[in-house]
Ligand binder design. Structure first.
Ligand code: AMP
Ligand code: ZN
Length: 113
């Protein structure tokens, strides 16, 4: 996607504060952190949202989830964390490239503000 900000980050066309990267995914710090640790995990492939995941993306989707604990360990989130995936208008998704928010280093109250 030409005009997608997270595709540009994945390609290195826009700078980001990277935490982890491999062939399929990238993790970087959120620009407006909502917790002392707040990173975004994205597939490098442009998938607009959770609703855009297709049968052929099963391995990629599984890889994203399995990687979360590794990233959490890297970030020192041994006390736990929250994983958030906003989807669509009511989910208040603002960037239309699938991303997982990993938040931690504070008590993640519920419901979120
Ligand atoms: P969402 O509301 O779930 O779509 O989340 C989008 C997130 O992307 C927000 O938390 C923004 O702060 C974050 N964000 C937007 N642009 C950037 C950027 N260039 N680098 C890092 N985080 C960003
Ligand atoms: Zn994209």
């Amino acid at each position: 996607m030409d005009n997608c900000i997270f595709c540009k980050i994945a390609k290195g066309e826009i700078p980001s504060n990277k935490v982890y990267e491999d062939d399929d995914l990238l993790v970087f710090h959120d620009l407006e952190p909502q917790a002392p640790v707040h990173v975004l995990m994205i597939p490098k492939k442009h998938i607009p949202s959770l609703n855009g995941l297709m049968e052929e993306d099963q391995a990629l989707a599984g890889k994203l989830l399995v990687k979360v604990k590794e990233v959490a360990e890297l970030l020192g989130l041994e006390n736990g964390y929250r994983l958030v995936v906003n989807c669509g208008e009511d989910g208040l998704q603002t960037v239309l490239h699938l991303h997982l928010h990993i938040l931690g280093k504070r008590k993640m109250t519920w419901p979120p503000g």
